[in-house]
Design a protein around this ligand. Structure first.
Ligand SMILES: NC(=O)c1ccc[n+]([C@@H]2O[C@H](COP(=O)([O-])OP(=O)(O)OC[C@H]3O[C@@H](n4cnc5c(N)ncnc54)[C@H](OP(=O)(O)O)[C@@H]3O)[C@@H](O)[C@H]2O)c1
Length: 219
């Protein structure tokens, strides 16, 4: 696939690198220096390049939106027409100093994004993991016990594409339902951040959902 990275920081830089290493054609865009985008493209390998948000969007089958909430309007304006595109968003609707969500609980950042670009297909994914785990999870992708990663969206084809990217990044995709369910995964992302950065566990936190059998036998 051709994947455009809108926001090449902690999340976009790492996920773009993983997508390139998984064989996709990746365009890194939107950082404060062109040199940084060039470096990311170089380090990611043969299928990556640096470009503008417009260039990243025009060629893309999918876009990864990975900017601070305060930059969403700017990067979308620079990206131009995204009609028909899949936008996988990990951006959380945080305030300026990242202490609280600015949208909830009757709506969510992902729903607000979908309203801003009604002709795009928004899928929320990757927002519930700290960027520090991404390379480690990718490195362990062929082992059992992959960490779960929830994703939400309203378009079946877009969700299938997002689930493929999640699996290629080394996670087990867990379909959490329609886009409105992001009202619950965005606060969950703050719980993960609390566990990762404010408690002693460290950012390597990843989670698994466990099903319990409806039988009397011990499992
Ligand atoms: N970091 C995490 O662990 C994590 C986890 C889950 C969700 N999220 C969410 O993911 C989103 C991205 O987070 P992040 O940590 O990746 O942020 P980040 O490292 O700050 O990356 C944001 C990107 O936007 C670029 N940018 C900012 N202002 C710009 C401007 N005026 N012009 C051009 N480019 C500009 C930055 O450029 P530079 O590269 O030059 O700084 C950077 O490439 C946020 O919504 C966050 O809430 C983050």
């Amino acid at each position: 696939m051709r994947i455009g990275i809108l926001g090449s920081g902690l999340m976009g830089g790492k996920l773009g690198t993983l997508f390139a290493r998984a064989g996709h054609e990746v365009t890194f865009s939107y950082a404060r220096s062109e040199q940084k985008l060039q470096r990311l493209a170089r380090e990611a390998g043969g299928n990556a390049r640096a470009g503008t948000p417009a260039a990243a969007a025009s060629r893309a089958d999918a876009l990864l939106l990975a900017v601070h909430w305060s930059r969403v309007d700017d990067v979308l304006k620079q990206a131009g027409d995204v009609s028909g595109k899949v936008i996988v968003s990990c951006s959380l609707p945080m305030n300026a100093n990242d202490t609280a969500l600015v949208i909830g609980h009757t709506s969510s950042g992902a729903e607000a994004l979908a309203r801003k670009r009604r002709k795009a297909h928004v899928v929320a994914a990757f927002g519930t993991v700290p960027s520090e785990v991404l390379f480690g999870v990718y490195a362990a992708r062929n082992k059992a016990n992959r960490p779960d990663l929830v994703y939400c969206g309203d378009d079946a084809i877009a969700k299938k594409l997002a689930a493929r990217l999640i699996r290629e990044a080394g996670f087990e995709p867990v379909d959490a339902g329609p886009l409105r369910m992001v009202r619950y995964t965005e606060p969950f992302a703050l719980l993960v951040a609390q566990l990762a950065y404010e408690r002693k566990g460290g950012p390597e936190v990843a989670y698994r959902f466990q099903r319990y059998r409806k039988t009397n036998t011990r499992v």
